[in-house]
Design a protein around this ligand. Structure first.
Ligand SMILES: [Zn+2]
Length: 284
């Protein structure tokens, strides 16, 4: 099966009947959903080993509780070059980014998870060199590691609140809806070249790359707007210069730069209600 994506898109637009068009479209969707590049979630723990002679020490014992820190990951790239695998990868990444609260790819979070290992190697090197560069007491170390893990957990929960609550099935339907728009709006590379005055020597492979990047850019844009709709902020974005803020509760809201807003409407009402009731209690 060596079909090019641009052929599918052109066949769709040239199809003589609706039935023919539907068949082309649904076989495309099937190729994406049944692609072997499925979303796979695995635990890829961060691990290190403690040198046997150091394991019995008090500090070694504290580190031993942190030698394997669980980390949930989802593969974010593929080595396959065919359009179906590439588009499926894009779909997988969009789902991870916007909808899967169990996977946290935040850099600060990942850095926090690496702290125990980093400290262990500092301690190891200081113990070997006996240079006195390690001056953390076991109690301090234990507190530091506990705090670090608690901080990581908080960060993960905050990111989780920022994901939208949408099932995979619902997501698939939305994605297909966007595929449809991309099929309808597709312009072949030669037409595109004419309108942009670009000189590109198109081969089948190149034309396919063009289709894949057209799809990926399109999906990025559609899901960005999807997020705005989800939080009831769509259409307002037609005004330029609007910025969005993220409330601690996870909701996206419109940022008002002058007032430097930090809370979404809901949380603002709630915090106002609380301060009124405190005020009224004092008065009573
Ligand atoms: Zn809020």
């Amino acid at each position: 099966m060596n079909v090019y994506m641009y052929e599918i898109l052109e066949d769709y637009q040239l199809a003589g009947t609706d039935a023919e068009r539907e068949e082309i479209f649904s076989s495309f969707c099937q190729m994406i959903w049944e692609n072997p590049n499925q979303r796979t979630i695995t635990d890829k723990p961060l691990t290190f080993h403690i040198q046997p002679d150091l394991l019995a020490t008090e500090t070694g014992q504290i580190f031993s509780a942190y030698t394997s820190i669980s980390r949930t990951v989802c593969l974010s790239h593929t080595n396959d070059k065919d359009f179906a695998s590439l588009i499926r990868q894009k779909i997988n990444n969009i789902y991870t980014r916007y909808f899967d609260g169990n996977i946290c790819r935040n850099k600060d979070y990942l850095d926090l998870l690496r702290v125990p290992k980093k400290l262990y190697f500092q301690w190891l090197s200081a113990s070997r060199k006996k240079d006195g560069s390690w001056n953390m007491s076991p109690q301090e170390l234990s507190r530091t590691l506990e705090n670090t893990m608690a901080q990581a957990q908080l960060l993960k929960e905050a990111r989780k609140r920022e994901t939208m609550n949408v099932s995979w099935n619902e997501f698939q339907q939305t994605a297909e809806h966007y595929f449809r728009r991309l099929f309808e709006h597709y312009k072949p590379l030669d037409e595109f070249q004419d309108s942009q005055n670009l000189m590109i020597y198109a081969s089948g492979w190149m034309e396919d790359n063009f289709c894949v990047s057209y799809f990926c850019r399109g999906l990025d844009g559609y899901f960005r707007n999807y997020q705005k709709k989800y939080y009831g902020l769509y259409n307002i974005n037609s005004r330029r210069g609007i910025t969005y803020g993220r409330c601690a509760c996870g909701r996206l809201f419109l940022q008002n730069k002058q007032r430097n807003r930090r809370l979404c409407d809901n949380c603002r009402k709630e915090s106002r209600r609380q301060s009124y009731s405190r005020y009224n209690q004092k008065r009573a």
